[in-house]
Design a protein around this ligand. Structure first.
Ligand code: GDP
Ligand code: ZN
Length: 450
């Protein structure tokens, strides 16, 4: 066995704060605790101690916790120091630890050790990053679910089913004189079809995850001067977008990020769709259409004092009750028009962007339509990583190929080799499957009488 280094790193962001956390992981931990605090390490107990540096000075009085090998985050001996959050002090402690034979950890090295020590599977290790980077509550939830191992478990169960099919086919490989009789093809063919379906729905969750991570794309559209920019300002609570009484002032589009309930929204204010005639606007209109077509949610703003607009046909075709909210603005002005017939299937919300009324109702309606449009079952795994989506897509197309080969009556051996490739591809997700464990699992589960 190669000796492993003892690695150190600040676990909190640098800068002044009440406290900082320094992590030390590796075999030196027990003797470091003895040397620094003059006490034998007592695992899993929060201790107060004086940090005595190599040159005999007290650097800080601080809280520390020791975790024994096998029971820590990394799986190795782990020491967590919680000194005061002074960057200079943190630096001094790190220097002292370097002098005692530790080295600075590389990015992700604690988690890497956790993976190597079997504390996490690869999909969980990646989820750690997602948890750290999540920018909304729902995104955090998806990442947490992956961290709890749901992706790994879902992939494992798909692999198990795949192994059953592989075993059925492999039973024939040793008897090349026998063709796979049609009645024996049916089972594997059906199993492969249902696997393909289940993999497709797992792959589809990736879209949900990227919505959560990058934000739901929400486009504000409507005629010039109805109050699109005012609405964006009212929702973001800032005056960043120029509001002007002159029609067509917003030439291009402006993007802001806001939270509505647990969701992150990227709200985009488009140029007025109305002035297609003006050549200056042409480009803006074109870009607006692109934005609108790729939106997850559309906010169509109407001016309550003006007749309902005629929107361009390609836009009208896109509107439906799931992706559109009609915002009837300027209700503070007296002479309101009856606009109920406009996009009558979609929810209508009266507001005044200028007087800031109706905004909470609007947020609630937006939240509800996102909830309805984006539901995922509570227990299900969500693919948050592009790498996982790729590995699954690869496996899925191998399964489709093998199903085809089966249908064409090609030898079981050919079909089985596709299946092995698919299993390997899925193994990339959890990092758990090597040939040995494929064989273990295959033979533990099935007795095929050889
Ligand atoms: P846009 O062209 O659709 O982005 O419209 P703007 O947000 O630039 O607003 C156009 C004009 O309508 C400005 O003079 C705003 O002050 C005014 N406006 C916007 N919202 C309201 C509202 O709720 N009530 C009233 N009375 N005026 C509003
Ligand atoms: Zn505007």
């Amino acid at each position: 066995m190669t000796p492993i280094d003892t690695i150190i790193a600040p676990a909190t962001a640098s800068g002044e704060a009440a406290l900082a956390v320094i992590r030390v992981s590796g075999p030196l931990v027990p003797e470091l605790v003895e040397a620094i605090f003059g006490k034998a390490p007592l695992p899993r107990q929060v201790r107060l101690g004086r940090y005595l540096s190599t040159d005999g000075r007290t650097l800080d009085t601080l809280i520390y916790t020791v975790y024994e090998e096998g029971k820590s985050y990394s799986g190795d001996w782990l020491l967590e120091l919680t000194p005061h959050g002074n960057p200079w002090l943190v630096r001094k402690i790190l220097d002292d630890l370097l002098g005692r034979g530790c080295r600075l950890a590389e990015a992700g090295e604690f988690t890497r050790r956790a993976f190597l020590n079997g504390k996490l599977d690869l999909s969980q290790a990646e989820a750690v990053v997602q948890v750290i980077q999540a920018r909304s509550e729902r995104a955090l939830e998806a990442a947490r679910r992956q961290l709890s191992g749901s992706v790994g478990r879902t992939v494992d169960s798909l692999v198990d089913r795949l192994l059953v099919v592989t075993a059925m086919l492999e039973a024939y490989i040793d008897f090349p004189e026998e063709d796979l009789p049609p009645e024996d093809q049916k089972g594997p063919a059906q199993a492969l079809s249902s696997l393909v379906t289940d993999m497709e729905s797992l792959i589809a969750t990736r879209q949900y995850a990227s919505l959560l991570h990058d934000g739901v794309k929400c486009v504000i559209l409507g005629e010039p001067n109805v109050g699109k920019s005012s609405l964006l300002n009212a929702l973001t609570g800032e005056d960043r977008v120029i509001v002007s009484a002159e029609p067509g002032t917003t030439r291009d589009y402006v993007e802001e990020r806001i939270h509505i309930g647990p969701y992150l929204l990227r709200i985009i204010d488009t140029a007025g769709l109305h002035e297609a005639a003006s050549s200056l606007e042409e480009e803006g209109i074109h870009r607006s259409l692109e934005q609108i077509e790729s939106a997850d949610l559309l906010l169509v703003v109407l001016d309550s004092t003006r007749p309902a607009p005629t929107l361009p046909d390609p836009v009208v075709r896109l509107l439906n009750e799931r992706n559109t909210v009609v915002v009837v603005n300027k209700v503070d002005l007296a002479e309101g028009k009856d606009l109920a017939a406009f996009a009558a299937d979609c929810p209508h919300v009266p507001i005044s962007a200028a007087k800031q009324t109706g905004l909470n109702d609007l947020r609630e309606v937006i939240r509800r339509s996102l909830e309805e449009g984006l539901v995922i079952p509570d227990e299900s795994a969500v693919i948050v990583s592009a790498r996982h989506a790729e590995a699954l897509a690869q496996a899925k197309s191998l399964l489709q190929e093998s199903r085809e080969k089966l249908r064409e009556g090609l030898p079981a051996e050919l079909v089985a080799s596709d299946l092995h490739a698919a299993i390997e591809s899925m193994g990339l997700i959890t990092g758990k499957i090597d040939n040995e464990s494929i064989l273990d699992r295959l033979f533990n589960r099935f007795c095929i009488g050889k």
